[in-house]
Design a binder for this molecule. Structure first.
Ligand SMILES: Nc1nc2c(ncn2[C@@H]2O[C@H](COP(=O)(O)OP(=O)(O)OP(=O)(O)O)[C@@H](O)[C@H]2O)c(=O)[nH]1
Length: 285
């Protein structure tokens, strides 16, 4: 999943067969997992409401940039995806590798726990979102936690936030832009946050609202990482665009082609590999 990157090396989770764990992955699990668990426990105790900041990967992007698609590739389960606003509340995704073959998937919100499974996770998230933010197109700052315990997934906790939209659509409050940017700013301002900025390859990066926002709180880009989606839609000149780094992304770029429609995760990865093989061959010509 990391065909182009000018930042620090990333652990290649997809190929990390957990049964034959390479030393880096096993030491990651031994040393990092307990720290992530401690951070999650503190998050659960709502210490952030007391002004104590916790290290967090925050996923931001303009509306329909592909945030949920990136996260579902990492978690290997379906999330609500589509045109228009899908993510309407902060979605805290806790991914945890577990050795047993049967995955465990549940949601935590409004003080309750709702068990679901991989096939029904997207619907369960949509229902929980309706319960928290109403069944229209409004948004809420009350978080929804999704816990996925599954063999072979990376140990990571990330927060997906509503996509930035300037113009309210029918049924949205007039101040939707202010509401969304207010929530995003709250999550990306703390210096402990790593900003995962999801950018579509089809747009000019300097025109992205999410870039404008992340630069406001992280001028040098030292805690910002870019994931460029929809590489299949605009492969021409993508390498040059990323290499030019006009928008100052300190932690580097990762270009991806996500799953489209009902495509399986496996087929999507094959298509992605094929796309980047083709692009790198044409670059060598
Ligand atoms: N062709 C192509 N389509 C993609 C890719 N990534 C996402 N999409 C499509 O783009 C649309 C938006 O994707 P989402 O993942 O829902 O975007 P999002 O940023 O989470 O959306 P909001 O949270 O609602 O703002 C969906 O129809 C996806 O299938 C990609 O790499 N290639």
């Amino acid at each position: 999943m990391a065909p182009i990157s000018n930042g620090p090396d990333l652990v290649e989770y997809e190929d990390a067969n957990m049964e034959n764990q390479v030393p880096l992955v096993s030491s990651y699990n031994d040393h990092i997992r307990p720290l992530l668990d401690a951070v999650d426990k503190l998050r659960h105790l709502k210490v952030m409401n007391e002004g104590i900041q916790l290290p967090t990967i925050v996923v931001v992007g303009d509306q329909s940039s592909g945030k949920s698609s990136v996260l579902e590739s990492l978690a290997g389960i379906n999330l609500p995806r589509g045109q228009g606003i899908c993510t309407r509340v902060p979605l805290v995704m806790r991914l945890q590798h577990q050795p047993t073959p049967t995955p465990e998937v549940f949601l935590e919100f409004n003080g309750k726990t709702v068990y679901t499974d991989e096939a029904r996770a997207a619907d369960a998230i949509s229902l929980a979102t309706d319960e928290i933010a109403g069944d229209g197109k409004g948004i809420s700052n009350t978080p929804l936690t999704l816990v996925v315990k599954k063999k072979g997934i990376p140990d990571l906790t990330m927060i997906d936030l509503p996509g930035i939209t300037r113009v309210p659509v029918h049924g949205q409050p007039e101040d939707i832009y202010e509401q969304i940017t207010g929530i995003i700013t709250e999550y990306i301002r703390p210096e402990e946050s790593i900003i995962l900025n999801v950018l579509s390859a089809t747009v000019d990066f300097p025109t992205c609202e999410s870039i404008r926002m992340s630069r406001q709180v992280d001028k040098t880009g030292e805690r910002t990482l870019a994931v460029v989606t929809k590489s299949d839609k605009a492969p021409e000149g993508l390498l040059e665009k990323v290499a030019a780094d006009d928008v100052n992304i300190g932690l580097g770029y990762v270009c991806v082609k996500n799953r489209i429609g009902d495509e399986s995760f496996e087929d999507a990865r094959k298509e992605e590999a094929q796309l980047f093989k083709k692009s790198s061959t044409s670059l060598q010509d």
